[in-house]
Design a protein around this ligand. Structure first.
Ligand code: ATP
Ligand code: MG
Length: 202
């Protein structure tokens, strides 16, 4: 077979693929604020949410972010987002639940306070995207009632996008979500004793 035959077959195959894709896309006509969940044990849940924040900001959308788990590092994304105070609101759960905390009652109080902040942002019509980072973690620990949280998320403004991150997303949230992505940990450098790297992990 000559190169020309190969090229002709390739073009024919691509043409069919494009037609199938166009037919498929023609059925996608709805507009909707999405409930997106990033879960699983692999790396990338929060950073993928930050990618969506960047995408939304590029369109001039206002974005609200609530961090339900207090990290120990000053993250790179925080430093960048602080440069856009008119577009981005970041609320970090106060004293309380962190990866190191051992005081359950304090954690519960902190989770409730963060959820109150989240509800305030969810109710503010100026936001187009709300990120609830590591909400899954506090739901997993039952520091917040999952049915109440999901009910509020489902009852959000119909054009508001919400992204929830964290391992172990509860089934009830997964059922309610429009898009769920499971990050799969095929490999992680921690296993080879590489410490958290600046610019990659924080
Ligand atoms: P990132 O913020 O890098 O997107 P993530 O949100 O998916 O990560 P978390 O569960 O929030 O992951 O954990 C945060 C930290 O734990 C990150 O520093 C990340 O590199 C690390 N981490 C994520 N997955 C793993 C894993 N499978 N093993 C060890 N460490 C991990
Ligand atoms: Mg995370």
């Amino acid at each position: 077979m000559t190169a020309t035959d190969d090229d002709a077959r390739w073009a024919e195959k691509k043409k069919k693929q494009k037609a199938a894709r166009d037919r498929m896309l023609a059925t996608k006509t709805r507009e909707k604020g999405l409930l997106v969940v990033h879960t699983g044990t692999g790396k990338g849940k929060t950073t993928a949410a930050m990618g969506l924040v960047m995408r939304a900001l590029g369109h001039g959308f206002r974005v609200g972010i609530v961090q339900f788990v207090k990290g120990k590092w000053e993250t790179g994304e925080r430093a960048i987002l602080d440069r856009f105070p008119e577009l981005v609101t970041i609320r970090v759960m106060g004293e309380g639940f962190s990866w190191d905390s051992q005081d359950r009652q304090r954690d519960i109080a902190a989770a409730r306070a963060a959820w109150a902040m989240a509800q305030e942002l969810l109710a503010d019509p100026s936001y187009r995207l709300i990120v609830l980072d590591e909400l899954n973690i506090v739901l997993r620990y039952e520091h917040l009632p999952v049915d109440e949280v999901v009910a509020v998320l489902v009852a959000r403004r119909p054009d508001l996008h919400v992204v929830v991150t964290g391992r172990n997303a509860p089934d009830y949230l997964i059922e309610a979500a429009d898009t769920v992505t499971l990050m799969d940990a095929r490999k992680h450098h921690f296993r080879a004793n590489v410490k958290a790297q600046q610019g990659i992990e924080f």
